[in-house]
Design a binder for this molecule. Structure first.
Ligand SMILES: NC(=O)c1ccc[n+]([C@@H]2O[C@H](COP(=O)([O-])OP(=O)(O)OC[C@H]3O[C@@H](n4cnc5c(N)ncnc54)[C@H](O)[C@@H]3O)[C@@H](O)[C@H]2O)c1
Length: 271
């Protein structure tokens, strides 16, 4: 370990169980010397094992539904009180689509659920930033990261309406990155991660086949949750102070590939 986050304080959302990407980010941030509070939706606190993570990281869990402005206000108030000051980093690791979860076909979407998916998975990022700005809880040069997926740019049928949510999420990172960059030198990025076997990930139809396909297409193979954590820690550290308003692909090279030999081999006519 390198003490990359020594002296830094922050908020980590979205750790549900030990497979969650946010779980690995919390463990790694703790190992790198950060202090932080954990947060998740009240229902996730009942279902998940986040308390176990809190004990390991010597911290507390503050429940917050990411779609509720009042919950963000309460979270920031309690977090800054617990941590003894303003925040240096924050992670948005929140996603859910009722249409994906209930396996609704893209041609038969329940649009009320789509609005819910966009509210939970994308507008929550705006709410997180808007409340942080209004309450002035971010230190100058703070670093904010949200997790995204390449379905924001390219079509992956089973990703359904989450594709739209991720496109909105990435757009918010740019717009708020401009705003808080000019006012406070805060940087805001999204990390577009490889398919990863988590509760949210495996909820997407055909996940196993798709994960294998992505692995075969990527020269470095799929990025694991732990590798994602390591990358996010570098974005929270002082080594990336001028990286902002970017969607950063953390995908083993997948996003730059047309086709790989491994995948071509599967389609060759045997002579
Ligand atoms: N797993 C993948 O393949 C993959 C790939 C790229 C990006 N991502 C993104 O990574 C992020 C984390 O997902 P994960 O794969 O670790 O799965 P996960 O299921 O472990 O995490 C999703 C989290 O969102 C939380 N959440 C849902 N509704 C909420 C609400 N209303 N308020 C607060 N929190 C709420 C859940 O409780 C859970 O902790 C998501 O944004 C996801 O889209 C995942």
């Amino acid at each position: 370990m390198y003490n990359l986050l020594k002296g830094k304080v922050g908020i980590i959302s979205g750790a549900l169980d030990k497979n969650s990407i946010a779980w690995k980010i919390a463990e790694t941030a703790h190992a790198e010397g950060a202090k932080f509070v954990l947060t998740n939706a009240p229902v996730a606190l009942r279902m998940g094992t986040i308390q176990e993570l809190a004990e390991k990281c010597n911290t507390i869990v503050i429940p917050a539904d990411a779609t509720s402005i009042a919950d963000w206000e309460n979270l920031y108030e309690k977090a800054t009180e617990h941590l003894g000051g303003k925040l240096d980093f924050a992670l948005h690791s929140i996603g859910m689509s009722p249409n994906v979860r209930k396996k609704k076909d893209y041609g038969d979407l329940n649009h009320a659920w789509t609005l819910k998916a966009i509210d939970i998975s994308a507008l929550s990022f705006h709410k997180m930033l808007q409340v942080a700005e209004k309450m002035d809880v971010l230190n100058d040069e703070a670093s904010i990261v949200a997790l995204s997926y390449i379905a924001a740019q390219r079509t992956f049928p089973d990703y359904n309406d989450m594709a739209h949510a991720k496109a909105v999420l990435e757009s918010i990172a740019r717009s708020y990155g401009y705003r808080l960059g000019t006012s406070k030198k805060v940087r805001i990025n999204t990390v577009s991660q490889s398919p990863t076997a988590t509760t949210a990930g495996t909820g997407v139809g055909g996940f196993d086949a798709f994960m294998n396909y992505a692995d075969k297409m990527s020269p470095l193979g799929n990025a694991s949750a732990q590798e994602c954590a390591d990358f996010v820690i570098s974005l929270f550290s002082d080594f990336t102070k001028k990286v902002t308003m970017q969607n950063l692909f953390h995908d083993g090279g997948f996003s730059s590939m047309g086709v790989s030999e491994d995948v071509m081999d599967m389609f060759r006519d045997e002579k």
